[in-house]
Design a protein around this ligand. Structure first.
Ligand SMILES: [Zn+2]
Length: 147
């Protein structure tokens, strides 16, 4: 799962990822290339960007809904997996190629993408705040017990 700094970096990068060609380029080091369902081309068409880390080499994220998936197998169908785990993703529901969108449709989508990003970022920051509160409460309790 991406940390807050990774999420912030991805937000600006993913703004360019309406382009299927740019998404496909992110899969340069992708292990599944031939004779399988999850080739770079199919991953990119399903909206995914390859976001590998040292511990998670096959993590992908949808540029739009930001869902992260890993543990890919050659038989996995990226569009099916995306639909199964994020059925309300507006990229999946777009129903037309990006180049066929009107300017108004593009801005409506971009507004929805920004809302998703802000909601997830706030959620992640709240998790960090809760963790910090828990650590502080444990410290206070241990100090009280030692008095
Ligand atoms: Zn999505």
């Amino acid at each position: 799962m991406a940390n807050i700094e990774e999420m912030m970096g991805r937000f600006f990068l993913f703004g360019k990822m309406y382009s299927v060609e740019l998404r496909e380029k992110s899969f340069d080091n992708w292990p599944f290339r031939e004779d399988c369902n999850c080739t770079p081309e199919m991953m990119a068409k399903a909206g995914f960007v390859h976001c590998p880390s040292e511990n998670e080499p096959d993590v992908v994220s949808c540029f739009f809904c930001l869902i992260e998936l890993e543990g890919w197998e050659p038989a996995d169908d990226p569009w099916f997996e995306h639909t199964k785990r994020s059925p309300s993703c507006e990229f999946l529901l777009m129903g037309k190629d990006f180049s066929d969108l009107t300017v108004a449709e593009f801005y409506r989508l971009e507004l929805a993408r920004v809302k998703i990003y802000v909601r997830k970022l706030i959620h992640r920051k709240m998790e960090c705040l809760r963790d910090a509160i828990d650590v502080t409460l444990k410290d206070i309790n241990s100090q009280q017990n030692s008095i």
